[in-house]
Design a protein around this ligand. Structure first.
Ligand code: PHE
Length: 472
C-alpha cells in the first residue's frame, strides 16, 4: 500500500485537471460537425440537456465513489461492496475500458503530432493532397512519434498527481483556451463566416430523431470522460473540503463551452472554404475531418493570408488538438497506474513502466492495422463487414462498454452503496447541497431514468454494431 494518498492541491487544480480530461478530440472536432449535421441549435439544446440532466449526476456518482473509498476503480467497487465478487466485475470493466481506449486514442494522437510536425516543416500543401493520410499512417515514422508522445505523457504522470497532472493542466488548459479564442476571432473575420455560423446555430428541430438523440447522448457521455474510471480515480484525489456537485458543474460547463466554441472555429472555416457546401456531406468521424478535410480548408486560407499564414493557422490548430489529447491521455492512463499502486502496492514509476510497455505493444498493433499488417487490418468480421484491430477496440470499448459502465455505476451507487451514503458524500464539502433541488434530482434520476437510458443505448449499440440491426 502506498503511504499517503496524493491529492490535488486546490479546487481549481482539480477542475482544470478534470476539464483537461474532458476536453479532447471529441470536443474540438466531433461535436461541431455533429451539431451542424443534426439540426444546429436544436442539437446544441439536446446536447446541453443531456450534459446537465443525465451526465452530470453520473459524474457526481463517479467522483463520490472515488473520494469516499479513496481508491482506484477496482478498489472503489471492492471496498464499497465489502468484497462482493459480483460487484468486482464493474470495477474491472472500469479498469480495462480506459486502458484500451487509451490505446486507440494514442494512435490518433500520434497522427495529430505527425500533422503538426509536417505543418511546421512547411508541408501543409502535402497534407491537403488526396492520398497523404493513408500513406502517412503507414510510414515507419509513426513509431518514432509514438515513442515521443508516450515519453511526454509518462513524464507528466511520473511527477505525480499534484506536480505532474495538476501542474500540466494548469499550464496547458489556459494555453488551450487562449489559442482557441485567438483562432475563433481570426476565422470570424473571414468571408462567409456568417454562413457557417448560421448552419451551426440556427435550430432545425425537424432533424431531431432517435438517431440524433442517441448520438447526442453518446457524445456527451464520452466528452465528459464518463464510464472510463477516470472520474472515480480523480475523485480519490479530491479533498473532502471541496464540493463534488460544484466542481462537477464547473467541469461540465467548461467542457461544453469549449465544444461550443470549437464550432465557432470549424464552421466559419468550412464555409469560407466553400460557401456552397452541404454540411450533411461532412465526414462523421473525427479522424476523417481532422486528417482528410481540415488540411484542405487550412490550405485554402493562403488566398487571403499567404502560405505561411495558412500554415500558422493549421499549426496552431493541430497544436491545440494535440494539447487537448495529451491532457485526456494523461487522465486515462492514470487509471491503470492508480490500480497497480492501490491494488498491488506498486511504486508509481514501476507501474508507469509496466503499463507503458503493454500499451506500446498494443498501440503498435493498432497503428499497423491500416494496411501494414494484413491480418490486423482484416482482423474480424462484424455484421458482415471486415473490421481492423483498431476498429474492434473502438467498437468494443468506446461504443459498447462505455454506456454499460455508466449504467453499472448508477446501479451500484444507488442500490448497493445506497442513496443515503452517496448523499452524505455529496454533502461533504458542500453545505448548500442538503435540501436543494439538485440533491433531490440527483438521487431520483440516478436510481431511475438515467440507468434506463444508458441501458437502451447499450442494447441499441450491441444490436447495431454486432448484428447490423438498429431499433431507432
Ligand atoms: N473527453 C475526451 C474527448 O472528448 C474523451 C477522452 C478522455 C478520451 C480521456 C480519451 C481519454 O476526446
Amino acid at each position: 500500500m502506498t503511504a499517503v494518498r496524493e491529492h490535488f492541491g486546490s479546487r481549481l487544480g482539480f477542475i482544470l485537471a478534470a476539464a483537461g480530461s474532458a476536453v479532447g478530440i471529441g470536443n474540438l472536432v466531433a461535436f461541431p460537425v455533429a451539431a451542424t449535421k443534426s439540426g444546429g441549435g436544436a442539437f446544441l439544446l439536446v446536447y446541453a440537456l443531456f450534459v446537465f440532466f443525465i451526465c452530470l449526476p453520473v459524474m457526481m456518482a463517479e467522483l463520490a465513489l472515488g473520494r469516499s473509498s479513496d481508491k482506484d476503480p477496482v478498489g472503489a467497487y471492492r471496498t464499497i461492496s465489502k468484497g462482493s465478487k459480483l460487484w468486482s466485475i464493474p470495477g474491472w470493466f472500469a479498469l480495462i475500458t480506459p486502458f484500451m481506449i487509451a490505446v486507440f486514442y494514442l494512435v490518433v494522437t500520434v497522427w495529430v503530432m505527425g500533422y503538426l510536425v509536417e505543418t511546421l516543416f512547411g508541408n501543409l500543401d502535402k497534407l491537403a493532397s488526396q492520398d497523404f493520410f493513408i500513406q502517412f499512417i503507414n510510414t515507419p515514422q509513426i513509431f518514432a512519434y509514438l515513442v515521443v508522445l508516450m515519453l511526454i505523457i509518462n513524464a507528466i504522470l511520473a511527477m505525480g498527481v499534484k506536480d505532474g497532472i495538476e501542474r500540466a493542466a494548469k499550464t496547458l488548459m489556459p494555453m488551450l483556451f487562449v489559442m482557441l479564442l485567438g483562432l475563433v476571432f481570426f476565422v470570424l473575420t473571414l468571408e462567409n463566416a456568417a454562413l457557417g455560423l448560421k448552419y451551426y446555430l440556427v435550430p432545425d428541430f425537424s432533424k431531431i430523431d432517435g438517431t440524433v438523440i442517441s448520438k447526442a447522448m453518446a457524445q456527451a457521455f464520452f466528452s465528459l470522460s464518463l464510464g472510463m474510471g477516470i472520474m472515480i480515480t480523480y475523485g480519490s484525489y479530491m479533498k473532502k473540503r471541496d464540493s463534488i456537485p460544484g466542481s462537477s458543474r464547473a467541469v461540465a460547463i467548461t467542457d461544453t463551452l469549449v465544444a461550443f466554441t470549437a464550432g465557432l472555429l470549424i464552421l466559419p472555416s468550412i464555409f469560407h472554404f466553400n460557401p456552397q457546401i452541404d454540411p450533411s456531406e461532412l465526414s462523421d468521424s473525427s479522424a476523417g475531418m481532422i486528417f482528410l478535410f481540415l488540411p484542405k480548408i487550412f490550405l485554402a486560407l493562403q488566398d487571403s493570408i499567404g502560405y505561411v499564414g495558412a500554415s500558422a493557422v493549421a499549426g496552431i490548430f493541430f497544436f491545440l488538438v494535440l494539447v487537448a489529447a495529451i491532457t485526456s491521455l494523461v487522465s486515462i492512463i492514470e487509471v491503470p497506474i492508480a490500480t497497480l499502486r492501490d491494488e498491488r502496492g506498486m511504486e508509481r514509476k514501476k507501474a508507469i513502466y509496466v503499463i507503458a510497455a503493454v500499451q506500446f505493444v498494443l498501440a503498435i498493433a493498432c497503428a499497423v492495422s491500416f494496411g501494414m499488417a494484413t491480418w490486423l487490418t482484416d482482423f474480424v468480421q462484424l455484421a458482415g463487414v471486415n473490421k481492423s484491430f483498431f476498429d474492434l477496440i473502438e467498437i468494443i470499448f468506446y461504443d459498447t462498454i462505455l454506456p454499460l459502465n455508466g449504467l453499472l455505476v448508477c446501479l451500484f451507487v444507488i442500490y448497493k452503496w445506497k442513496k443515503a451514503n452517496f448523499d452524505k458524500e455529496l454533502q461533504e464539502g458542500d453545505s448548500d447541497f442538503a435540501g436543494s433541488f439538485s440533491q433531490k434530482y440527483v438521487n431520483f434520476s440516478l436510481g431511475t431514468f438515467i440507468p434506463l437510458i444508458l441501458l437502451l443505448i447499450f442494447i441499441n449499440t450491441v444490436a447495431l454494431k454486432f448484428f447490423g440491426y438498429s431499433f431507432i
